[in-house]
Design a binder for this molecule. Structure first.
Ligand code: SAM
Length: 276
C-alpha cells in the first residue's frame, strides 16, 4: 500500500456491509488510528483478521490536534488507516483536523467509502433528498436546541441530525414547538435487526414513543418548510376550513391550485375527512 492516510468506513450495524476493499486494507494495515481499539479489534475479529502485530493509535476529538503530528509523521513513511467505532470517519467523528493537516503537508489521503448513518437515514425516510443539511448532534440544553432549530427552520432543505434514544422525546417536544406540523422522521437501528423509520408530525412521534420506549441509535430528520405535500396536518386543517363553505370537489380544486398540491392525495384526504 502507498504511504498516506486511508479513511476507511466500517459498518453501522450489519458487519456484512464492510466493503471488500476495506477488508483488504484492514488486513494489510500495520497502523490503525481509531477511537477505541477494543471496538476496532472486535470488528477485525468478526472479519477474521488478526490484530497481532498491528499498532493502534487512539484518535479522539479532544486530543486530535496533538495526535495529528504523530500520525502525519507515520503516514509519510507508511500506510495509516483511519477508522471510527462505526460508520464513516469525520462525520460527527474525529479526523477532520488530521486530514486538514495532511492537505497542508501534502500527505497522500484516500477514502474507502461505506456506511454513513445520515445517508442511510435519508434514503429510508422518504423525505426530499435533493437538498439536505446535516447538522451533527443536537445540543442537550433546551435553549441551545431551540436556538439551533430556530436558526435552521427556514432553510429550504431536509434537516438531518444525529440523536440518542434518551434525548429524542425532548428533541421532539422542541421540534413540535418550532417546526409545528412539518413532517419529521426518526430512523433507528439502521442495518440492525430492529431497523425502522417512523414518520409523522413531531406530536405524533411523541405519542408513539410515550407508548413504545425509544431505543437504539437514531437519526432525526425534518422535512423542508415548503414540502407542503408532506405537511400532513396542514393539508387537513386547510381542507377542514375549505369544506365548511365548499363542496368536496371545489375544496380540493382550491387547495390544489393555491398550493400546487397533488390532486389525488388531497382528494383522498378530503374523502377521509368527509367519512370522519
Ligand atoms: N460517523 C458515523 C456515521 O456517519 O455513520 C456516525 C458516528 S456518530 C458518533 C454516532 C451517531 O450516528 C449515533 O448517535 C446515531 O445518531 C447515528 N447512528 C450510528 N449508527 C446508527 C444506526 N445503525 N442507526 C441509526 N443511527 C445511527
Amino acid at each position: 500500500m502507498k504511504n498516506g492516510i486511508y479513511i476507511v468506513a466500517t459498518p453501522i450495524g450489519n458487519v456484512s456491509d464492510i466493503s471488500a476493499r476495506a477488508t483488504e486494507i484492514l488486513r494489510e494495515a500495520d497502523i490503525i488510528a481509531c477511537e477505541d481499539s477494543r471496538m476496532t479489534k472486535k470488528l477485525l475479529s468478526l472479519l477474521g483478521i488478526s490484530s497481532v502485530g498491528k499498532t493502534f493509535i487512539k484518535l479522539e476529538d479532544h486530543t486530535e490536534a496533538k495526535q495529528a503530528d504523530k500520525i502525519i509523521e507515520l503516514a509519510k513513511q507508511k500506510a495509516v488507516i483511519l477508522v471510527s467505532d462505526a460508520g464513516s470517519p469525520l462525520i460527527s467523528d474525529p479526523g477532520y483536523k488530521l486530514i486538514r493537516r495532511c492537505r497542508e503537508e501534502d500527505v497522500h489521503v484516500c477514502v474507502v467509502p461505506g456506511a454513513c448513518a445520515l445517508i442511510c437515514a435519508l434514503q429510508l425516510s422518504g423525505l426530499p433528498t435533493n437538498s439536505f443539511l446535516f447538522s451533527g448532534f443536537i445540543p442537550n440544553k433546551d435553549k441551545a436546541r431551540r436556538d439551533l432549530f430556530n436558526k435552521l427552520k427556514d432553510i429550504d432543505a431536509t434537516l438531518v441530525f444525529y440523536e440518542t434514544a434518551n434525548r429524542i422525546i425532548k428533541t421532539l417536544v422542541t421540534a413540535a414547538e418550532i417546526f409545528g406540523n412539518r413532517e419529521v422522521a426518526v430512523a433507528r437501528e439502521i442495518t440492525k435487526v430492529y431497523e425502522e423509520c417512523l414518520r409523522g408530525t413531531a406530536k405524533e412521534l411523541i405519542t408513539h414513543f410515550e407508548t413504545k420506549e425509544p431505543r437504539g441509535e437514531m437519526v432525526f430528520m425534518v422535512a423542508p418548510p415548503d414540502d407542503k405535500a408532506n405537511n400532513i396536518l396542514d393539508v387537513k386543517i386547510l381542507l377542514h376550513e375549505e369544506l365548511k363553505t365548499n363542496s368536496l370537489k371545489t375544496a380540493v380544486k382550491n387547495l390544489v391550485s393555491r398550493y400546487g398540491l397533488n390532486k389525488n392525495e388531497v382528494y383522498q384526504q378530503a374523502l377521509k375527512i368527509k367519512d370522519e
